[in-house]
Design a protein around this ligand. Structure first.
Ligand code: HEM
Length: 424
């Protein structure tokens, strides 16, 4: 056993047993972050913080929520909203948080794409981020079912039905997921378990893994510069802080992060108190009724783009059924972002504005996603259906074109770097 001396303070007592100073160094005071980053690099911490807010507000809601088809709606709309002191506040915080977490995830993800932060050794950061996106989507979907309103019921119906399109096992799979032949009490209770237990645990593990994937490649920076972290850290530690290209995570980087986080929290609570309705669909204030289909069924705003890809193919093409084409297109939309590190063939790590071809690609992709999102909420009739169809095709073509666009860019970059022969 190690030798223990009598500790002179509580800190030293813990240090002897847990190596707290070593731990703090590795995780915080000597964990190096590039200096050349902007507020967009605070999004990761904002996400981690918003997840905490969701857990805490969720725990309060959990004390009064009843996962039973006969009681769920009332436990949310009467007990929590009207009878429990500040129940409404926790519900609004939870609803607004769920919506904002997706806004920030999308900003975080598109920042990664814009700066090429998924390249050259950063693939695992990207893939673990994608895993988190899937987990958050599952968490949001299962949570949306819990108030057992009309949209909860019908969104659950539509989404679980999607699995029916899988060849051979589809129909049985839908029954297995629902725990019944239709969306019923068994569906509600299992999604409740997933929402409050299994998925949050998986998310915690996912976040820990995502942080771990950052340790070796480190975060990228605004210019995509390859930094020698050891050398730059050495400069910082030997007092040459101005010339060093890095800063420690704690307290220097966090001081900046906390500022961005505070601005975000102003926005968060402004929405919570004054515009909470944006995160709640009016149709969901009607209790679930399996015999009355709402006029239009649509998911929350953050799923609209992929929902529109699903229903964009509204007519049969050749021998292929519209629903099957839609399902394949939907599957494509779900996995295609994960393949970014391999679809982008250019080795250049630089912001998109320094990569003209990629820049055009990036902004077209954003515009298409916005169009898909807008039309995903509109009834799919007349012109709307055609806009949905063409934007879904455009979305797919755009990703198929990415390897070609970036290969061209790589060739152009290679030919513009002239070989430098002669004396130095
Ligand atoms: C939802 C939970 C998530 C949390 C808590 C989280 C947290 C973080 C944190 C703290 C960082 C380092 C600082 C920063 O760049 O912001 C980071 C970096 C990164 N994350 Fe996430 N993230 C999440 C989701 C995602 C998603 C969905 C993606 C996209 C697929 C993603 C991709 C990345 C990438 C590429 C980096 C490296 C950025 C760089 O090198 O500049 N993350 N994340």
């Amino acid at each position: 056993m190690a030798h223990f001396e009598k500790a002179r303070s509580l800190g030293e007592w813990f240090d002897q047993r847990l190596n707290t100073t070593g731990f703090i160094k590795v995780m915080m005071t000597e964990y190096w972050i590039p200096k050349d980053i902007n507020f967009l690099w605070a999004m990761g911490m904002i996400l981690a913080f918003t997840f905490k807010i969701l857990i805490i507000s969720g725990i309060f809601l959990l004390m009064y929520y009843k996962p039973d088809v006969d009681m769920a709606f009332d436990s949310v709309n009467y007990t929590i909203m009207q009878e429990v002191g500040y129940g409404w506040l926790f519900r609004h915080i939870h609803g607004v948080g769920a919506s904002l977490v997706f806004l920030i995830i999308y900003i975080h993800m598109f920042t990664g794409i814009y700066y090429g932060s998924y390249k050259k050794g950063r693939e695992m950061i990207w893939l673990s981020g994608m895993l988190l996106l899937i987990l958050f989507s599952a968490e949001a979907f299962s949570g949306y079912m819990l108030p057992w309103g009309q949209m909860s019921y019908w969104a659950a119906y539509v989404i679980t039905n999607i699995f029916g399109g899988i060849p051979v096992i589809g129909d049985e799979l839908v029954v297995w997921i629902r725990g019944n032949f239709y969306v019923a009490d068994s569906t509600l209770t299992r999604f409740f378990m997933l929402h409050v237990f299994l998925i949050p645990i998986a998310i915690l593990g996912g976040i820990a893994f995502h942080f771990y994937t950052l340790r070796i490649p480190h975060v990228n920076n605004q210019k995509g510069e390859e930094i020698d972290f050891e050398e730059e850290a050495n400069k910082y530690l030997t007092g040459r802080k101005k010339v060093s290209k890095v800063i420690p995570f704690w307290p220097v980087f966090m001081a900046k992060d906390v500022f961005v986080l505070s601005v975000f929290l102003f926005f968060f609570f402004y929405l919570t108190f004054y515009h909470f309705n944006f995160a709640m669909d009016p149709v969901n204030f009607d209790p679930a009724n399996g015999l009355k289909t709402p006029a239009h069924i649509y998911p929350e705003w953050y799923f609209l783009w992929s929902y529109e890809v699903l229903r964009g193919f509204f007519f049969d093409i050749g021998g292929l059924k519209a629903a099957d084409i839609g399902l394949v297109a939907f599957g494509f939309a779900q996995i295609i972002f994960a393949l970014m590190p391999w679809l982008d063939k250019s080795p250049t790590v630089a912001p998109a504005n320094q990569r003209p071809y990629f820049n055009a690609w990036f902004w077209i992709m954003i515009v298409i996603l916005i169009i898909l999102t807008i039309y995903g909420k509109l009834p799919p009739t007349g012109t709307n259906a055609w806009v949905g169809f063409y934007s879904s095709i455009a979305f797919i073509l755009l990703f198929l074109a990415l390897p070609i666009v970036t290969m061209k860019e790589a060739e152009k970059t290679a030919s513009s770097i002239k070989p430098t022969g002669g004396k130095h």
